[in-house]
Design a protein around this ligand. Structure first.
Ligand code: DON
Length: 561
């Protein structure tokens, strides 16, 4: 029978909305139906609704991002940016870059005080931290691959904003935690602030946001980048030290780019090129770890983790030195992912001892550690595959809500290297290649990725997590390809992360003790951390059965056509 739904797993099932009976669905195996995985069940349902209306993966991508901007304000957004990687059944492979840009009044030293000291509060919080948003332009650039009009795609988001929805426990506690920063950074009371604490099941109604969405529905991208919404953004800038002007918004452009493509074993991998470092890092890490035949070792064994950490160390050292917006710097991608270069880089690997970070890259200054973004993986019935990662950067971005328009603005400017050697909020350092310049896109780590086998989608994957993004995508892929893990184990088994600087290796709290101890003996410092990433994964087997897994670490959920 065609359209057979042959297996659905639900764990845990949480009915949380008094408006809908939508549940969190963690894993679905299915054939001949579209699947979508996102950070929120109502957003996955908005995408699934489009698939049921005869829309394709691109329709689902737009509807889900718009719904996330309502139901997942911590990272879903109109005021941020993102990347989309896609393969179509007609063989087309492309990416859309709707990353934020530095405003025209931005300058190299804009976050330095008179003494030349970097002020990360300015690059991370408030109006000066905001890059020119790209997301809405990204939705309209996606539209040419869609079957349904924007009018239909945006409707679920409008209804969710107008009628409200019940917030999850996680969202409630994050809103409570961030309340002081909302107070600090907003001059006009926002819908996210209130006297009593937020709790699970409270209804969040966003009238101003509904009106903004209706302007986009009626006027198209101009309903955001020109006219009333743009004026509201600029007025918000003027309530503080913001520098985005009407011209910055009007001139914002999406860039269609060729994906970074490389082979790994019998698979072809497509990921995001610069201005994301994600695709290059992924290629470097996979290729370097293949020099040691990773698959000969056990998953999360000391031997496998050491190889992967050392590949991560060398890749992240290159990130700091060479990567930035390719319109402003020399694009060294081909050199950086070439076998010759990587073999040379791998020569210093010593299976008995940790390689000191200083041995693989020039350290300007020792950084400190710190840590929302969200990923969507989609497969439609026709076989189109879409991977989208979108972000405000930090949790609720700059914490500034555009008064009268109801959405958070990003704090993406912090992804620039505001001073050589000064770490951003994810501890990433950089230099000239990623310095602030007007119109430039800040270097990203977002890694929306599609793996093809015999020319057909095999894995669709991505995650939030700042610099832990490429390493989590790397692990998800090798978990399946090299270690033979199930899709659910590939996502939910304990993860680790290393990024050259700092020297330590982050491991999730349930990481195997024997591996920690064995690596300590080789001079690795392993540091326990709460959770790494929220991976959304779809795996398609050779018989065409698809398994979608939503990360168990959050409220993430699968939507079914
Ligand atoms: O583009 C980047 O790499 C960052 N702005 C992503 C931020 C992120 O993933 C936050 N999530 N936890």
């Amino acid at each position: 029978m065609k359209n057979t739904l042959f297996f659905i797993l639900l764990w845990p099932c949480v009915a949380f909305s008094q408006f809908t009976q939508i549940k969190i669905v963690k894993e679905v195996r299915i054939k001949d139906k579209g699947l979508i995985v996102s950070a929120h069940p109502l957003a996955s349902e908005a995408g699934a609704l489009m698939l049921r209306k005869e829309g394709n993966a691109f329709d689902a991508a737009v509807a889900t991002q718009l719904a996330l901007a309502v139901v997942y304000p911590q990272a879903g957004n109109l005021g941020g940016g993102g990347f989309l990687v896609a393969t179509k059944t007609n063989g087309e492979k492309f990416t859309l870059d709707y990353r934020e840009t530095a405003p025209s009044k931005a300058s190299r030293d804009m976050y330095l005080d008179k003494k030349g000291n970097a002020d990360t509060d300015l690059s991370q919080n408030g109006r000066l931290a905001v890059g020119v948003p790209g997301s809405v332009a990204g939705f309209f650039a996606t539209l040419k691959h869609c079957k349904l009009p924007m009018d239909v795609l945006i409707q679920p988001a409008i209804e969710l904003a107008q009628k409200g929805f019940a917030i999850t426990d996680r969202e409630a506690s994050l809103l409570n935690r961030e309340m002081p920063s909302f107070e600090r950074h907003n001059k006009i009371q926002t819908v996210f602030q209130r006297k009593s604490k937020w709790k699970k099941g409270d209804i969040l109604i966003q009238k101003d946001l509904a009106e903004t969405l209706k302007r986009i529905q009626k006027e198209g991208a101009e309903g955001f980048y020109q006219g009333e919404t743009a004026q509201l953004i600029v007025a918000e800038m003027k309530r503080g030290n913001g520098i985005i002007e009407m011209g910055d918004l009007k001139n914002y452009r999406v860039i269609e780019r060729k994906p970074i493509m490389f082979n790994y074993k019998e698979n072809e991998i497509l990921s995001m090129p610069l201005p994301s470092s994600g695709g290059i890092l992924l290629a470097q890490m996979l290729k370097m770890s293949s020099f040691e035949n990773l698959g000969n070792h056990r998953h999360n064994s000391p031997e496998a983790v050491q190889i992967m950490v050392e590949a991560e160390r060398r890749a992240f050292a290159d990130r700091a030195e060479y990567m930035g917006d390719p319109h402003f710097i020399e694009d060294r991608t081909q050199m950086l992912i070439s076998d010759d270069y990587l073999k040379k880089r791998w020569k210093s690997f010593d299976r008995n001892w940790a390689t000191p970070s200083a041995a693989v890259g020039k350290i300007t200054k020792q950084p400190e550690e710190s840590t929302e973004t969200t990923h969507i993986s989609i497969l439609d019935r026709e076989g189109n595959a879409v991977a989208v990662t979108t972000t405000l950067n930090g949790l609720y971005g700059s914490k500034v809500v555009v008064a009268g328009a109801g959405f958070f603005l990003n704090n993406e400017m912090d992804d620039f290297s505001i001073k050589p050697g000064v770490p951003n909020m994810f501890g990433a350092v950089g230099g000239e290649a990623n310095s602030v310049q007007p119109g430039k896109r800040m270097l990203s780590s977002m890694t929306p990725t599609i793996v093809l086998k015999n020319g057909k989608p095999f894995i669709i994957v991505g995650t939030p997590g700042g610099t832990t993004i490429p390493t989590s995508v790397f692990q998800s892929i090798v978990n399946i390809v090299d270690f033979g893990l199930s899709a659910a184990d590939a996502v939910n088994s304990p993860k680790f992360h290393h990024q050259w600087l700092p020297e330590g290796v982050l491991v999730e709290s349930n990481f195997p003790d024997e591996t920690v101890k064995a690596l300590n003996k080789k001079n690795y410092e392993l540091v326990k951390t709460d959770q790494i990433g929220r991976t959304e994964l779809i795996v398609i087997d050779e018989k065409g059965n698809s398994t979608a897994v939503a990360d168990g670490r959050g409220d993430d959920s699968v939507g079914i056509e």
